[in-house]
Design a protein around this ligand. Structure first.
Ligand code: ADP
Ligand code: MG
Length: 779
């Protein structure tokens, strides 16, 4: 140990010399001057001493004041300066991978280093850290995973949990775990950082931890609501077909009752137009297609276009940030703007996008200054709300919505719907315009709607299914699930907890007494929903992993099939070419992916994607996730070392179908044929519709009695996104019943079923299974 101490001391003094020589270099001085101009700098000493004297500190400050890039860096610098650099290990969590990457890069640059030296990052699938890394930015999910193997966070000296105001599920979860850990690790420092002023909530949670606010200076931003926007832009709302049912928009209903009677007529007309505009716009384009009653005119985009034109023609110079709901919408809008004579002219407008899945190279452009006389316009998701700061923004256009997963515990249905943002978010979005000079914000909704927004957004823990979370609680040995979750800042509904536990029992990740099974332990390591994790395990055991890797990766990244607004028919046709009478969106995905791999080998990947309406970026993400899953499965001994993962779709299609069923169950509907039309019913008799872009929506009849599906989305009716046709025998064998009883028990049961089992493909696979089980049971 003494030797170790010596080594670390020598390393520490080396770190100090490096740091000093940077700080004294001309560039270092310039950088330091910039850093000193940030509001956080004034509080530096106060912050460091609070961190030294308290185990937990809560820090709040406006976005851009220097929390993320400065505070962990202050700690690192002061440790290095005091000759203890090599002894400290600082972790700072981010809710999103892209911010972890962007921030670590920035901090490295501020320290005059390359990424991966003293500062690094780690996110799912990617990372950059070396043996000299002492400040690590990672996603909160990565830290949770690390806690799985290292319950005391040995060797870590400081943990910063950033963006806690967002109340993401992982952050809320981390706080429970860390709260439990603190008494065992008296020397560990926990620093919570929030962009809003509700620090009290967190301080109370940690027994009255001290709070520090960083006063920030931003320029005033003028807010324009829809009334104003319409006047300013001279934009006329075109008339719509009357729509009777606003069912899905509860908020609007209450809103209408809130409006004082005498202003009602005038405002109602406006609000209703706005309603059609904003709600229409924000539904995912695929859902929208299926809603015949909606007007095909894309008025939401047109209004944004009008606002952008107004800014470019009439307003002072300055970059524009447009908040959209999601990647789909951003893409569609970008295509539309590209075709515009002014906004699409690259000599006058630099059009960029900013969303969670963009490439790193694209990401850098956002921070750069555009050429003179060119206006930068960034189309962003709500990611640009708090975790990423673009300095030169002077104008903000806010559509008022964000895509948010909600969870209907009663019906056990997750829904992914764009919903109205909170007042806190709207303020936050507006604030993005006042970083360098006074700014303007165009809210594309009336003021009366803003007034009805909730103060804060509901914590994610209260609006998502808890499957993964409950599994993690078990594998971290944190006790009874219900008891543990009741210690959360705001505990979830018991009903939601119950549903998750039941699902985990059904897939045998937990046994009847809620103990973790071996399968469950394994699933908790896979960075994917437990149901999909099980699909991977089944794929491995049944020797058809290759297509299953693609399906699971696709389901957990996103659909690579694009659906451009103006070419929906062509895109649908392109997709259906991959279906080859499989009656399966999942298999179409596999074929598309395999075609892309071939095209890549021939050097024609770009052309292939273009022709088939596929997103190259998504395919790339699927490809790397596949590799990671493969690695984990191999590491766990689920694959014979020399076993190729070929077994492609063409080998045994019904087996692939069966494995898909095993992973997606209980997501199942029956196919009801009547005359020339089909309808679909879920197990509880609920009616569902297929997305227009599903290959199954293109057939008159489907020769399977059942469809299994991964995702349900509630719009006004429930839609299923991707589906695969399955037979009775597949459902009996690979549906829920398979999940009861232990592995050995299955085999007996399967033997019984084999009698009325007609499919030779499946019969063969059971033989393989038997061999495989033998092997596994012997280990
Ligand atoms: P906070 O976490 O409080 O929102 P940050 O620490 O992320 O603030 O950012 C502080 C300041 O650092 C920003 O206002 C911006 O001026 C600057 N900054 C952050 N990231 C970058 C970057 N990638 N490139 C240039 N400047 C940046
Ligand atoms: Mg930050």
């Amino acid at each position: 140990d003494l030797v170790m101490e010596k080594i670390l001391q020598r390393k520490s003094s080396r770190m100090r010399n490096l740091q000093r020589s940077w700080q004294e270099s001309p560039e270092g001085i310039k950088m330091l001057n910039f850093r000193k101009s940030l509001p956080a700098y004034k509080e530096k000493e106060k912050l460091l001493s609070a961190i030294a004297r308290n185990q937990v500190v809560v820090i709040s400050g406006e976005t851009g004041c220097g929390k993320t890039t400065q505070l962990p860096q202050y700690v690192l610098e002061s440790e290095i300066e005091s000759g203890r650099g090599a002894f400290c290990n600082i972790i700072c969590t981010q809710p999103r991978r892209i911010s972890a990457m962007a921030v670590s890069e920035r901090v490295s640059a501020e320290r005059g280093e390359n990424l991966g030296e003293s500062v690094g990052y780690k996110v799912r699938l990617e990372g950059m850290k070396g043996k000299n890394t002492h400040l690590l930015f990672c996603t909160s999910g990565i830290l949770l995973r690390r806690l799985l193997g290292d319950r005391n966070l040995n060797g870590i000296t400081h943990v910063f949990v950033d963006e806690i105001h967002e109340r993401g599920m992982n952050e809320d979860f981390l706080l429970i775990v860390l709260k439990d850990l603190l008494p065992r690790r008296r020397d560990l420092r926990l620093i919570l950082m929030s962009a809003t002023l509700n620090a009290e909530l967190f301080s109370n949670y940690f027994g009255g931890a001290p709070t520090i606010h960083i006063p920030g200076f931003t320029y005033p931003v003028r807010a324009h609501f829809l009334e104003d926007v319409l006047e300013k832009t001279g934009y006329k709302l075109t008339s719509f077909n009357q729509i009777d049912d606003y069912g899905q928009e509860k908020m609007w209903k209450t809103q209408r009752q809130l409006i004082p009677r005498k202003r009602k007529n005038q405002i109602t007309a406006l609000v209703e137009d706005a309603l059609k505009m904003s709600s229409f716009k924000s539904y995912s384009s695929r859902a929208r297609d299926s809603l015949a009653s909606w007007s095909p005119d894309c008025i939401g985009f047109n209004l944004i276009e009008a606002v952008l034109c107004h800014i470019c023609r009439k307003e002072q110079p300055g970059a524009v940030l447009v908040f959209m709901t999601g990647w789909d919408d951003i893409n569609c809008l970008r295509d539309q703007l590209k075709a515009h004579p002014l906004l699409g002219d690259p000599n006058r407008v630099l059009l960029l996008t900013c969303h969670g899945s963009m490439a790193t190279s694209e990401q850098k452009l956002i921070f750069e200054k555009p050429p003179p006389n060119v206006r930068k316009i960034v189309l962003a998701t709500n990611m640009a709300e708090a975790s990423i700061t673009i300095n030169d923004i002077v104008f903000v256009v806010d559509c008022g919505k964000a895509k948010e997963t909600t969870y209907d515990a009663l019906n056990n249905t997750p829904c992914l719907l764009p919903s109205w943002i909170s007042k806190a978010s709207a303020r936050q979005r507006r604030g993005r315009a006042g970083r360098v000079q006074p700014g303007e914000c165009y809210h594309l909704y009336p003021k009366c709607v803003y007034d009805a927004f909730a103060e804060y957004q509901l914590p994610e823990l209260l609006r998502t299914p808890l499957n993964s979370l409950c599994l993690q609680i078990k594998s971290l040995q944190l006790g009874t699930i219900g008891e543990f979750l009741s210690a959360a800042l705001q505990p979830p509904e018991p009903r939601a907890v119950h549903n998750a536990v039941e699902l985990l029992k059904m897939i045998r990740a937990l046994d009847d007494k809620e103990n973790l099974t071996n399968l469950g332990r394994f699933l908790s390591v896979l960075p994917v929903d437990p149901k999909l994790g099980k699909m991977l395990v089944m794929g491995a055991i049944f020797h058809c992993l290759d297509p299953i890797l693609t399906v699971v990766s696709g389901l957990s990244v996103r659909d690579p099939f694009l659906l451009p607004q103006d070419k929906k028919d062509l895109a649908g046709t392109a997709k259906s070419r991959f279906s080859a009478k499989d009656y399966s969106d999942h298999m179409a995905l596999v074929r598309a992916f395999e075609g892309w791999k071939d095209a890549e080998r021939e050097g024609s990947a770009y052309e292939y994607c273009w022709r088939n309406f596929l997103s190259a970026q998504t395919l790339q993400a699927i490809n790397s996730l596949r590799k990671q899953f493969h690695f984990i499965l191999k590491d766990a001994g689920l694959l014979n070392a020399d076993m190729a993962i070929n077994n492609s779709l063409s080998c045994n299609q019904s087996l692939v179908r069966a494995i898909i069923c095993s992973g997606l169950f209980p997501g199942i509907t029956s196919v009801v044929h009547r005359e020339k039309s089909m309808s679909f019913k879920t197990m509880d008799d609920g009616q569902v519709l297929l997305y227009a872009n599903s290959v199954n929506a293109r057939y008159q009849t489907i020769p399977y009695p059942w469809l299994v599906f991964g995702e349900k989305v509630k719009v006004n009716t429930v839609f299923i996104r991707d589906s695969t046709g399955v037979s009775d025998s597949i459902l009996i064998l690979f549906g829920g019943s398979l999940c009861k009883g232990e592995m050995a028990g299955h085999l007996k049961m399967l033997d019984g079923y084999l009698d009325f089992f007609m499919d030779p493909g499946l019969a063969e696979c059971f033989w393989n299974l038997r061999i495989e089980l033998d092997r596994l049971l012997q280990r």
